[in-house]
Ligand binder design. Structure first.
Ligand code: DCP
Ligand code: MG
Length: 364
């Protein structure tokens, strides 16, 4: 007999505020009132990994070229990343989470879902549990975190951004319907920029707009994902909090100090990346058989493109064809190349890290 799920779940999504930058401000309090970013140097074509909220006020953002960030904010303090320190801090935070829930799904170094439906703490009040976790992170680790509390993962994740930084937001079950109705479609889990633009073009700006669409129309435009959209725009998300999720993608990429001038130069570099990818695939015990292979290119004008095909064991000719097609699309010098595999059932934009706490060979 299948187990019946609890009537009402209590999920906390918790996410540290400007994580790498917070750790840097903790370790050097003189940075607190300055705009701070962590990332690569502009001379070596570095990008911003993250920045504090003072820097965000100048328009600095994650993944922006550092040169661009310094243009927007000339007083920006740009620090090199210290990944070992961030990993140690992450371990401390995840140990605190473990005091409050047995069902924990880590999403990244600074982010996790906790299912506290059966928690004995604070008479089961998820809001009070979240507040206590955040207070302990502040006191014991020295950085701040924000939390969202709701009956499912999708709403909890959106809610954790609501009172960020250093805040929390509860969406009670009776308020969930109105909360979701007002959300722009881009907030839906799995809806990236491209899908959001397509939905907007088709006339849906908010989840309320999308609710007017019959299921058949959603499936017609978005295939299998249409069914998910139908549920999500109504606030329905039954995904369990799971600490044992299958891998969805594996990739390696490199930004080159000097642009790769032509297709031949790209192919030489791509072969090294493919070797690296195969090595990582060998080490990733949770990686099954890939479903698709992809090649990603970023050009000197920062435009980028990804080409993929269905293949579980691509040989050199397949990789070469993918590269060639990507290159043909712009025919410009290339600053970044990436290769990767996708596995079945990948939710868009949901790439998982290889292992949260292992050294990541793709890091600079
Ligand atoms: N990160 C990165 N490159 C990105 C995005 C993030 O290297 N494009 C790193 C740096 C971040 C950390 O991951 O500190 C956590 O990512 P988040 O998306 O949670 O961003 P932050 O914690 O920095 O900021 P926020 O306060 O918005 O959560
Ligand atoms: Mg964060």
């Amino acid at each position: 007999m299948a187990a019946t799920p609890p009537v009402q779940r209590k999920i906390i999504h918790i996410d540290c505020d400007c994580f790498y930058a917070s750790v840097e401000m903790r370790d050097d309090p003189s940075l607190r009132d300055k705009p701070v970013a962590v990332g690569g140097r502009p001379e070596s074509r570095g990008v911003v990994a993250t920045c504090n909220y003072a820097a965000r006020a100048f328009g600095v953002r994650s993944a922006m070229a550092s040169s661009q960030a310094l243009k927007r904010c000339p007083t920006l303090v740009l620090l090199p990343p210290r990944f070992e320190v961030y990993r140690a801090v992450s371990r401390q935070i995840h140990a605190i989470y473990a005091d409050y829930a047995t069902l924990i799904e880590p999403l990244s170094l600074d982010e996790a879902y906790l299912d506290v439906s059966a928690s004995p703490h604070h008479q089961g009040s998820a809001s009070r549990i979240a507040a206590e976790i955040r207070a302990r992170i502040a006191a014991e680790v020295g950085i701040t975190a924000s939390a969202g509390i709701a009956a499912n993962k999708f709403i909890a994740k959106v809610a954790s951004d609501w009172n960020k930084p250093n805040g929390q937001f509860v969406v009670r079950p009776r308020d969930a319907d109105a909360f979701v109705a007002a959300l722009p479609v881009g907030k839906l889990f799995g809806v990236g920029k491209v899908t959001a633009a397509k939905l907007n073009e088709l006339g849906a700006q908010t989840c309320a707009d999308l609710r007017d669409w019959p299921l058949a129309k959603l499936v017609q435009h978005f295939g299998r994902f249409g069914q998910r959209l139908f549920e999500l725009c109504r606030g329905i998300d039954e995904r369990p909090v799971s600490n044992d999720q299958p891998r969805r993608s594996l990739s390696v990429e490199t930004t080159y100090v000097r642009d790769l001038a032509d297709l031949a130069a790209c192919w030489t570099e791509l072969q090294a990346l493919i070797d690296d990818l195969h090595q990582r695939q060998g080490k990733a015990r949770d990686a099954g058989r890939p479903h698709k292979a992809f090649v990603k290119l970023r050009f000197d004008d920062f435009s980028h493109t990804t080409v993929e095909c269905i293949s579980s064991a691509p040989d050199a000719s397949i990789w070469q064809a993918l590269l060639q097609e990507g290159w043909q699309r712009r025919q410009r010098p290339v600053r970044l190349l990436g290769v990767g595999f996708r596995y079945e059932d990948e939710a868009p934009g949901a790439a998982r890290q290889l292992n949260l706490f292992a050294p990541d060979p793709s890091e600079p």
